[in-house]
Write a protein that binds this ligand. Structure first.
Ligand SMILES: Cc1ncc(COP(=O)(O)O)c(C=O)c1O
Length: 461
């Protein structure tokens, strides 16, 4: 049973047959005659629920501890808390965020191997015991600030085939692992297991197999030294959208046999993971508005590029950029592409276009080149799969505010979530085909409602 006593967040139900995209269109229509066309998100919480079912279907032995850093929106954290997920927190503030909504400390892992002493003490004072480390200095800090901690040794992986590498910064080698285990013994600390992260955008699932096998070696070393090793943490890096080289199930199909080989069910080892992007990427769609435009004629640009179709290129300036939501381009190596909100006419010509953010910085470019029909100031572009490492790291550089987020969820998804919250994850729910769930919803309070379709509500998850 998961019960939480916390503040509320708002979303609006949508009647059957409506999708999150319908809401987006509806919201755009509402502001069509005004000049007030700020960028905004529609986030489908039902999509998060759907991911949760997909997770347990693909990785039945692995409990997800959501990586809060990926998207720390309260609605996301509360939804996952209601579903019974654990949380990977990187800092005191993330621990506070999760604990403030009623998540018990046992469902938190402080998964940052290099922590400030005051923040280790905060974890100790608030009952958070599981934490990762990868160095001797960290062990000595923990011995002083949190001697009862349940430590998880983070090992390095071969993340050379990942888009975002993490083992350049974190993770002990196997040789160092032995020394660290010995040092922990001397310091009378408790090591309970091993963690790793294969990097994000991993293109080779065998990296997981190697990391799981390395973790086994470290488990054996720990057991030999007298530790009760019982936790394996397989980290994050699971894709959150379908536009990737390696699909989620292609990875999990490789992970499961490796878990069964190195950590068989009867070993009694608890297995957790730290998925971030997996849960949130596809739930968020961003709508941006064109605020300015330049037409560059071929003779002006001096370009010989045969691809400068129709004699001109177009530059669009939109009201969110790399200092805002599109920081994912810089920090997360994301490649984004726009979807046109207005369907183009079949005979409409295309132009080579670039898309820029609203700030005065030349770095603020979202798309270098994309071929599309000509658009006008006031038109909208949509960007899908924008839930991961977007809102979490967005700044207000140049005074541009972060887009509002409008949360939506269908009634069946909501009912299912309530059922899980009250009764836990039930076998028949796991068997239910969630792909048939109408996952569309309505929008947050503060926006006018379409009386025929939406009923706004404030719900305490
Ligand atoms: C320790 C740790 N765990 C989990 C994650 C989440 O990774 P992803 O969003 O790729 O699943 C990260 C991301 O940087 C991380 O550093």
């Amino acid at each position: 049973m998961n019960s939480f006593s916390n503040e509320e967040f708002d979303f609006t139900f949508l009647d059957e047959g409506f999708t999150a995209k319908d809401i987006l269109d509806q919201k755009i229509n509402e502001v069509s005659s005004s000049d007030d066309k700020d960028a905004f998100y529609v986030a489908d919480l039902g999509d998060v629920l759907k991911k949760h079912f997909r997770w347990y279907k693909a990785l039945p032995r692995v409990t997800p501890f959501y990586a809060v850093k990926c998207n720390d929106s309260k609605a996301i954290v509360k939804t996952l808390a209601a579903l019974g997920a654990g949380f990977d927190c990187a800092s005191k503030t993330e621990i506070q965020l999760v604990q403030n909504i009623g998540v018990p400390p046992e469902r938190i892992i402080y998964a940052n191997p290099c922590k400030q002493i005051s923040q280790i003490k905060h974890a100790a004072n608030n009952g958070v015991q599981m934490m990762t480390f990868d160095s001797e200095v960290e062990l000595m800090k923990v011995a002083r600030a949190h001697p009862k901690a349940k430590l998880v040794l983070r090992i390095a992986t071969d993340d050379s085939k990942a888009v975002c590498r993490l083992s350049v910064k974190f993770g002990a080698t196997l040789k160092t692992s032995r020394l660290l285990l010995e040092r922990a013994k001397e310091l009378d600390l408790d090591i309970i297991g091993v963690s790793f992260h294969v990097g994000s955008g991993c293109t080779d699932p065998e990296t997981f197999v190697q990391a799981i096998s390395d973790a086994r070696c470290v488990f054996d070393m720990g057991t030999e030294l007298g530790f009760s090793m019982h936790l394996l943490d397989i980290g994050g890096g699971f894709p959150g959208s379908e536009d990737v080289k390696l699909k989620f199930e292609e990875i999990t199909n490789v992970i499961n046999p490796a878990l069964d080989k190195y950590f068989p069910c009867d070993s009694g080892i608890r297995i957790i993971a730290e998925p971030g992007r997996y849960y949130v990427a596809s739930a968020f769609t961003l709508a941006v508005n064109i605020i300015a435009k330049k037409v560059v004629l071929k003779e002006q640009s001096g370009s010989d590029d045969e691809d400068d179709i129709n004699g001109k290129t177009l530059m669009y300036y939109v009201n969110d950029g790399v200092y805002g939501s599109f920081n994912c381009i810089l920090y997360d190596h994301a490649h984004v592409k726009p979807v046109l909100q207005k369907r183009p006419k079949p005979d409409e010509g295309c132009y080579s276009c670039s898309i820029w953010g609203p700030t005065c910085d030349g770095l603020d470019r979202i798309v270098e080149r994309f071929d599309m029909p000509e658009l006008q100031v006031g038109d909208w572009m949509l960007f899908e799969n924008m839930g991961a490492y977007t809102v979490a790291a967005a700044s207000t550089f140049n005074g541009f505010q972060r887009p509002a987020i409008h949360y939506v969820m269908s009634r069946p998804a909501w009912q299912l979530m309530q059922q899980i919250k009250e009764q836990g994850f039930l076998a028949e729910e796991e068997e239910q085909d969630v792909s048939t769930l109408p996952l569309s919803c309505a929008w947050e309070s503060g926006i006018e409602h379409h009386p025929a379709t939406c009923a706004s509500t404030s719900i305490n998850v």
